[in-house]
Design a binder for this molecule. Sequence first.
Ligand code: PRP
Ligand code: ZN
Length: 299
Amino acid sequence: MKCEKRIRIAIQKKGRLNTESMSLLEACGIKIRLSKSTLYCHAQNFPLDILFVRDDDIPTLVNSGVCDLGIVGENVLHEFELGLINKKIENKTQVAKSLGFGRCRLSIAIQNHEEYRGIRSLSGIKIATSYPKLLAKFFKKHDLQSESLEISGSVEIAPGLGMAEAICDLVSTGRTLEENNLKEVVEVMRSEAVMIRSISAFESDQQQVFELLLRRIKGVQQARESKYVMFHAPKSALDKINSLLPSNEGQTIVPLCGNEDKVAVHIVTLEAVFWDTLEKLRLAGASSILVLPIEKMLN
Ligand code: PRP
Ligand code: ZN
């Protein structure tokens, strides 16, 4: 593609979002050659440049216009936005697309041996966190006194070292809490990865690249969620089957050689297909049911 202007995207250098962000770009057909020390690289077959940074820096890079796009957790984004509000600085960042990965929650956790006596018992205790503004907002909403100790990493070790009585940190699988003898007691917010962009308009070449990227991301998301389902069914059962398994653009009906009563049905469904749906299809008369993954989809 000929393009005067490339798009620059900021991605987490190391961590949970890095792997999934990279695999999303890869699934979009964007080829990126990485070396271990790569902090900045040009995609080989797409006008995209990638900057690898700490996730906490991504909103700042987009807000200041250094990067056009960024992939970041909503938790980091909202913490950044609260900082802007406090300093009365204009927010020039907006969410361009929710990405559906990196799902986690920001939660308050206390030591396993402590008894949890309800949310009011957290008032005034020292809580270690990398998200002091989100925590303060949550405490204010619940009319509690907050006292946070801001730490930028390895927050989970703070209670064990006697630095704080609790932590407020991201929980994904819960392994980090478990390994540090902590238990989750209150959820502050839920989060997932989002693509952010600057509110200022792209130049027209960049806008085209951005739209192409968004279309591919949507295609990847749809393909990941969708399934191609094929089965044989009596013609009389087709209405019933249609209500069990709604299809994207209707069923494709193919005649079956030597069988007047039955047809082969092909459906693209945008919903997850579970075993109990297949069981219902079978009860409705379907047989030889196949469920296939879809690699690419463009609507
Ligand atoms: C978060 C959090 C924990 C871990 C929790 O870190 O700080 O360390 O994930 O995940 P688990 O429940 O699956 O164990 P993250 O990967 O977001 O990195 P960062 O906080 O250093 O940016
Ligand atoms: Zn981080």
